[in-house]
Design a protein around this ligand. Sequence first.
Ligand code: EPU
Length: 302
Amino acid sequence: MRIRDPRSVTRLAELDVELQHGAALADLTSLGIGGSTDLLRIKKHESLPDLLNLLEANHVPHKFLGGGSNLLVGDGELPCAVLQLVRPEPDVVLDGNFAHVDAAADLGRMITFCAKNDLGGMEGLIGVPGTVGGALRMNAGAYGMQIGSYVREVKLYRAASRTIEVLRGDQISFEYRHTSFAPDDMMLAVILKLPSKPFKEILQGIRICNEKRRSSQPLGQKSAGCIFKNPPGASAGRMIDELGLKGLSVGDAQISNRHANFFVNAGHATAKDMLMLVADVRERVQKSYGVSLENEVVVWNA
Ligand code: EPU
């Protein structure tokens, strides 16, 4: 979708929003898949209510993009504009055990920065690509921890009230890869309360998690992490592996030979290829195990 109306273009500049015409989503996602559209890069949180009103007045639908690491974007021209926060400097400010973090901050760099300041707890998420905002929205977790446990406050743009709001951690529910945020809420910033731990100890935890991840996940390949959520009490990866499906492909979309719940782009995979592979696997698992796998990856398809 393209924003061509000159008055809108001028207004965007006034709101300090950078307009990139025809941005390739394949370049902005870890899967390297997706068509193109206009990208709106937001430099000031405060401009969001006016920006969203402007888009609505011009009948421009929109979606929010974080780090693009848990996302499968459809092929061709997208029927919406894409909004993304510009990372401010600094993006993490510490105050005792509290880390004030911008949603556009890189998750791994935030964890490392906190670790260097003797704040731990987030070691399990080291190696998970993406932004803090994306991790927050999905309640990212690994190796027995989840980001939601550390959240004390969230600043977000609430589409329902069209305002920027601040929620206390106890007003948000964090479940397995799911939160109570509305789909059109945009994460802006978060305050995390992290336990004090000596850097050396945190580093040891980070090394262990890195090693586990390296030995079980296809880190060097283009993927969106796990494609399916684990069903209660079971592992999607193990089920797909037990069915002998590692290496199965549709075009260049392929089930990783290392971890069966990681689907990789082995070359020039399209969203169509990837979605066919996902549908095929879901059907086979349903037939063999009677379990309907739910997507873990977020799909923007039309
Ligand atoms: N397994 C297989 N074959 C495979 C993959 C896994 O037999 O191809 C077996 C493993 O041997 C293990 C069990 O299945 O006994 C579970 O595997 P693993 O420890 O790799 O964890 P997972 O349940 O597949 C979850 C998260 C990961 C997270 C890891 C580590 C989900 C969907 N996945 O994977 O998160 O990194 O635990 O905590 O919850 C993600 O969210 O994108 C993601 C990758």
